[in-house]
Design a protein around this ligand. Sequence first.
Ligand SMILES: [Zn+2]
Length: 358
Amino acid sequence: MKYEIAELDKMVEQLSRDSRGLFNRLYSFEISTGSMDIPDDMENWVKKTFGSVERVENQRIVSIKNKFTGEHSLFNKLRTDRPVEAKSAIELKELKEKENCLFCNPETQTPADVFGRIKGKYCITASNIAKYDSFHSLIIFNEHNPLAIKKEWIEDYLKTAELWFEEVSKSDVEKKLRKFLLWNCLWRSGASIIHGHIQLTAAEERYGKLEVLEKAAADYKREFNSSYIEDLYKVHKSLGLASENKGDRIFVYLTPVKEKEIFVISKARKSDDMADTIYKLLRSYLNMGVQSFNLVIFQLGGYHIARLVDRGSLGDRNSDIGAMELYAASVISSDPFKLAQVLLSKNSKSQAPNSKQI
Ligand SMILES: [Zn+2]
């Protein structure tokens, strides 16, 4: 049976007693209807734009909140009704313009870390010229176009990142540095340079948002003597939102920060052990027409956690993040259940041509 987020109430009702109990422990949600009157003069436009006047006059809103982290997402059926479609690869001439690209010549055009550079097979490290943490560097890909990816490249980027983390840890043994890896891909995601690159930071202080997650997990453990991360996965699995790849557990997140958010939990000792999963998820993203994304990898307890999110079309001039996202809750247009059907179903012959890969 194919579900959608607007039917979350029905899905939760159908869960076993235990699964429903766990869902209700972690999440609260509310489904309501937003109503309006459409003037006669608007009817044709509304029908053309949204299919029918009734759909617009009565809009189903799903508000769902993670009780432990406070993550809160608002889904509107009118927005989420669109299918997840496969799109042809984008051909943007900006992605091929290498002239004046500093990152195409990293050894002469970017600063080195004080301990030098680490060279991978398909990448090289550089120091970040304007740091936001005392240890803040870059993995610069040999490949200019950030939307060109290969599994062995991703594996090499992550391996090189791990070597960098080892190197900075040696340089300041007094501190217990926490590794943080982020990939802002293209301008919608906040990247200022087109050429493919991953950023690395290592800090003793836990970043605020990660501290919230760490605290949520600790509170949860204290209150229920159970693992927050494991239970979070169980809830998503019970709703058909989860899958596994080579021991890594993947789920489409119920309270996404923005579109198509995916959560990966892994017992991998190093992030490069997750390369196959990360590659497959990014490949699926690209097959769906995702053009710009954010990806992070960090550690929590005994886990490596990766989160990735679609940041919208490169052609859009408006930002996907407004006052709601900054100060209140995330407004989401993509349906996690539709995404799961495309992304996670092994036998799916659904829209994305390579969705079988995951
Ligand atoms: Zn370049």
